[in-house]
Design a protein around this ligand. Sequence first.
Ligand code: TMP
Length: 260
Amino acid sequence: MSRRKLVYEGKAKILYEGPDRGTYIQYFKDDATAFNNQKKAIIDGKGVLNNRISEFLFSQLNEMGIETHLIKRVNMREQLIKAVEIIPLEFVVRNIAAGTFSKRLGIPEGTQLKRPIIEYYFKNDELGDPLVTEEHIDINNWATIDELSLATETSLRINDFLIGLFRAVGIKLVDFKLEFGRIWKDDEKRVILADEISPDTCRLWDVKDERKLDKDRFRRDLGGLMEAYQEVAKRLGIMPEGSNIKEIKSGISKNFKIKK
Ligand code: TMP
């Protein structure tokens, strides 16, 4: 495993070459970063929970006909995925005002938006991932108009599905971020969902008391990040009761159920 060829290392994940052509291994690290890497910490076990939660959500999406890069989870920290060419955009879907939306526009956090909205950010650490318009995307060739409308439509479908899925377990989906990638088969190109969906990339609030169950616990120094992520996994029914926290933190477990 240690001799695998590194493809890319990001802030929270590493990509290695996979066993077959056209595949990668996506490894979930315990690193937490915020505000474009200005704030950093290692949170033992975070990668294990994000791997499991993201696997669960991507599998559900695959089953409902939204193609994702996930092939299967292979162990507590790794997934086998389809290799894609990432579109250099973050697609942020918002249902309730929060975060930079509230700050930028002066709309109080928690305000229900009259409909879901989507924002595009250019993935570029040096520029701090700026908010961009469709025209910026077009003239810079970050995505074609067709790719953009397909990814936007898919993001809104994913939102509809995830709102219901989380609502059923007492969680409000406030906002989240998606990434898409291009994949070619013969001469045909498809745009599919890539990256991850986890409490690192979503805002998730408890329906009853609006307790934050996501990375804002780290961004805002609220503490209890692992407990919050575990709560999300438990409610989704994917963290068996009695799952040993020490095992999760070390990333090695015999009991951790691997879905075939
Ligand atoms: P924001 O309010 O900070 O713009 O974040 C909107 C959503 O996007 C929130 O759920 C967190 C997620 N997000 C990421 O996953 N990665 C990022 O780099 C940023 C800025 C936000």
